[in-house]
Design a protein around this ligand. Sequence first.
Ligand code: AHR
Length: 487
Amino acid sequence: MMANQNFTHIETHRGCRPYNRMIFGQFLEHFHRQVYGGVFEPGSPLADAKGFRLDVIAALRELRVPIVRWPGGCFVSAYHWARGIGHDRQPSYDKAWRVEEPNTFGTDEFIEWCRLIGAEPYICTNAGTGSPEEMSDWVEYCNLDIGRWGRLRQANGYVKPHQVCYWSIGNENYGSWEMGAKTKEEWGRFVAESAKMMKRVDPSIKLLAAALPDVDWTLNLLKQAGQYLDCVSIHGYWDPLWQKDEPSDYATCMTRALEPEVAIRTTEQIIGVAGFEGQIGIAFDEWNLRGWHHPDGNSMRAIGARDRNDINATYTMADAVFSAGFLNACLRHPSVTMANMAPVINARGPLFVHPKGIIKRATFHVLAMYANLLEEYVAQNWTSCEMFTHDGNSVPALDVVATCDAARERWAIAAVNRHPLVSIRSHIAFEGKSLTGTHQMTTLSGDSPDACNDVDHPERVVPVTKDVCVEQGMVDFPPHSVNIVKF
Ligand code: AHR
């Protein structure tokens, strides 16, 4: 059954603008098997001499990951970084996730790993139990060659500075769940004092701070510390599974597809009201359709429950289609200068890592398609399409972004069909002229809305590239699909 005609009109005369590739960023937290048994597994036959899983590095290089945020997340709000450096690593108790932290993967290991995957390191500092001095000492350790901490890094075998450019002050300190949570008044002042000290160490660093699409919190932050910030950091998870791991079905997930863009617009407005439009960007530095599952408590049962995050059947075309829509929202808003999928490895991430190998989940292929097939500029497009309605909630079935090269000669259109059942035929035109001819189309759809990749069927959902013959602008986008048409 072919749905009514829809159209996408691409306006080339309005020019195009570059977008920041940092929107394809990733997040790595010391949580369950993201680090230990994920990226870092000393003794594994799949790891190198330093313990880094080589299959993981190869997969992340496929995604051309531009930046990775580390070490948390809630973990960081009681993490003392100096315990994770040097030759004598003592274990500590992780008050966030109530397990023992071996401290064998610390700052130097993280930065070495980032270099191996070709990504910028982005360090989130402890604004919970930490201090402005502990944060600025961390910058000294990474970026100076003088003073106690700079010299200690050299003594630890890293003669050249790590040159960490991206630093965040705090993680979700607005939330009662966070250790060292603060009031909005405390937060603005704390960020200002921390930023001052960090900038005194290295004025070239880019600074971000924990924020919300909420006027109260973020306007206060910007009034008190906006002068020091390059970005405000916001987070989004749209299928909350923290306490109960009951993932929503495909249709329900689709009804939440517009929420990321609402958060972006709200944050843009707050930045504008504060007088920082064009000066302070948005870093969506934790985002995922699915919230991580970690029920309260520190019993073996509660900690064991975290294994449910690794059930690959959870991550279906719902995750892939939602994630593509999220990336389209970031491409439409130049205010979004960074986004980090949470997390990159295991839990709800695009890559599942087990002792014998890796599974590229459906979302991995979306990230690979966007990172490798899109052009570097975004052009203006107008899309009209039918709505998909479920439980009384309606969202546009089609979500399209047009990308091109600077000369506007090479084009790549990202088109997402959210509808679970019907293919959508859209009329694609450039300045009123219908697209025609044979063009390459890469489609990720799986054989059902609930299709996923798992150990026993690792390639049930993979991108398929074929030539499509376009007549009078008509292009068919299959149900539950992510498509990139190049011409
Ligand atoms: O569920 C994981 C947590 O979600 C991250 O540690 C935190 O930053 C966010 O609340």
